[in-house]
Design a protein around this ligand. Structure first.
Ligand code: ASP
Length: 580
């Protein structure tokens, strides 16, 4: 399959079974060593790996020259086999070398040493960076993920439909990229944050099961797990309950994981949002490690210790065996971190050899309180116990972050622990005008048993929204949608979107529902994040062929760039002077 008019084999695929065969291989010079005038060793690299070629005369080739080498595969002389190289038992001898293209010396070595090169330089010469084994592997992991997903979705009867890239502006939560409309000066398209509204209209259109590996665009500050443009497995299904959606998506992400690891992962667990917050202090728990938050509120119900007395919630975590590592200085830093995260303070207790607590606050704890803390947290000598007393949300979030800071393994370690987080609240927090903010997007259906609370106590309403989490990364979200226009208008009202505004902005979306909308729900999985975790990378840029830097630039093409005044004039745009 990999043979072409120019080559018979891939460099990295030659093995002992090929000994005796005459082969043509093509690739780049990874390394060249001259042995006097009559012998040169060339390590030739293609995407499959490197093979050693022995040339019986001196030859003028340099690093990264593109060659076609014809020769005979032979066993390496006794004692020179390289067990670290998949092709290390063999070499290509009696070589004839054709130079297909010369090469300027590259700005960094095309191997693992480039991992330490500044990222901007790697991105400026991305086509060289991508030649490297790590990056070749990452792009292929990504392709395997996409292809397994497509197969799994099609096997389940999903139909791939493409949706437009030039869309109206919609309130899905993120800042949008705008595209000026040349024929309608002053009007703009938006680039889609996701195909959300279109996929819902496909349900009204009777598609029944839609999927798309879709490009989404959001003008948000970039982070390790965020790019302006990213890919989603986007899904919508009709006549379903939450379980149907979770099942269909589980099949796809488990198939993608197996395609990369070769092993079927265990079925995906479920946890409610409240339980996730209560036990892990975060709505995207990393289940690869324990250190769960432990309930201590009742232990201190009648305490005289001021820091705990009357606290709404008291939670603790145990950092096993860490007492010795944490001197005064580090403990001060931990306390400062807890305060920066919003806690009033942090109580720490070191467990001494006899099981008693070694800490300045220990004397304020009653004997039975200390015993209960020890017991609940399963404390042993040498452990460090961290306790926060505050409002429930603050206590769990602060300890959840400390749990992650102190215990979270690197991304390439540990098993793949997917988890569904279900029963999200409908709204979290409020905007500057004090209106509830949607936890998911405004098209999410509240739980029917909570509908009565929508106007009277919106913050108590739970939604039919769910997230998929893998090893502490949020892989995606989805929900059962509102398919009843009256409920949609009530939700808009809670969000402060007036009827007139709703009609103007979403008429195109809401009116079609009047023609018969099936109950429906869906989901979107972030493919960049899934591919990054499966490739063992901490940053999604490592699994994207041509990403932007943290500041949104592309050092290779130089974009974003100013455009000609003519182009702007055609669009009816005049630039304001830049703020200095
Ligand atoms: N459009 C949503 C998102 O991008 C996913 C969904 O609700 O299906 O997060």
């Amino acid at each position: 399959m990999t043979a072409t008019a120019m080559r018979t084999h891939l460099c990295g695929k030659l093995r002992a079974e090929h000994i005796g065969q005459t082969v043509h291989v093509c690739g780049w010079v990874a390394r060249r060593r001259e042995h006097g005038e009559h012998l040169a060793f060339i390590d030739l690299r293609d995407h499959a790996g490197v093979v050693q070629c022995v040339v019986d005369n001196s030859i003028d080739v340099r690093s990264e020259y593109v060659l076609r080498i014809t020769g005979v595969v032979r066993e390496r002389p006794a004692g020179t086999a390289n067990p670290n190289l998949p092709t290390g038992d063999v070499e290509v001898g009696d070589c004839t070398v054709e130079v297909l293209h010369g090469a300027t010396p590259p700005p960094f070595p095309i191997d693992a040493r480039a991992d330490d090169v500044e990222e901007t330089t790697r991105l400026q010469y991305r086509y060289l960076d991508l030649r490297r084994e790590r990056m070749q592997k990452n792009l292929r992991v990504r392709a395997a993920v996409n292809s397994a997903i497509r197969r799994a979705m099609e096997d389940q009867g999903f139909v791939e439909v493409e949706t437009p890239m030039l869309v109206p502006s919609t309130p899905e939560g993120a800042r949008e990229f705008l595209v000026p409309a040349r024929k309608e000066p002053g009007s703009f398209y938006a680039l889609p944050q996701s195909p959300q509204l279109f996929k819902q209209l496909l349900m009204v259109a009777g598609l029944d099961r839609y999927y798309q590996i879709a490009r989404c665009l959001r003008d948000e500050d970039l982070r390790a797990d965020r790019q302006y443009e990213f890919m989603q497995l986007d899904v919508e299904m009709s006549f379903v309950s939450q379980d149907d959606v979770l099942d269909a998506i589980s099949v796809a992400v488990l198939a993608a994981t197996e395609a990369v690891t070769g092993e079927p992962p265990p079925p995906i667990e479920r946890i409610t949002w409240h339980e996730a917050m209560d036990r892990y202090g975060v709505d995207k728990p990393d289940l690869r490690f324990g250190m769960e938050l432990v309930e201590l509120t009742d232990v201190f119900g009648t305490t005289e210790f001021k820091a705990f007395a009357g606290a709404a919630s008291i939670k603790g975590i145990r950092v096993a065996g860490a007492a010795g590592e944490y001197g005064r200085n580090q403990l001060d830093k931990l306390t400062a971190r807890a305060k920066e995260l919003g806690a009033k303070g942090l109580v720490w207790l070191k467990v001494a050899a006899d099981g008693s607590f070694d800490a300045p606050v220990a004397k304020f704890l009653a004997v039975d309180e200390a015993a209960a803390v020890s017991d609940r947290l399963n404390a042993s000598p040498g452990d460090l116990l961290l306790i926060v007393a505050d409002e429930w949300m603050t206590a769990v979030e602060v300890l959840g972050q400390l749990r992650s800071d102190l215990g979270r393994p690197p991304v390439h370690e540990g098993p793949y622990r997917f988890v569904w987080v279900v029963e999200f609240p409908m709204f979290v927090g409020t905007d500057e005008l004090g209106r509830p903010k949607p936890a998911h997007h405004p098209f999410t259906m509240p739980r029917t048993d909570d509908l009565d609370l929508l106007e009277s106590d919106p913050m108590k309403v739970r939604s039919q929204a769910y997230d998929l989490v893998l090893n502490g990364w949020e892989l995606g979200s989805g929900s059962i949608r509102i398919h009843d226009a009256a409920i949609q208008r009530r939700v808009f009202a809670v969000l402060g979107i007036a009827e007139e505004e709703a009609d103007r902005k979403f008429g195109f979306f809401l009116n079609p529902f009047e023609y018969g909308a099936p109950p429906h729900g869906g989901f979107a999985v972030g493919i960049d994040r899934l591919a990054a975790i499966l490739a063992g990378e901490e940053n999604i840029r490592e699994v994207i062929a041509f990403p932007k830097t943290q500041s949104g630039a592309d050092p290779m093409t130089g974009s974003p760039l100013p455009v000609d005044p003519d182009q702007l004039a055609q669009l009816g745009i005049r630039l304001m002077p830049r703020a200095t």
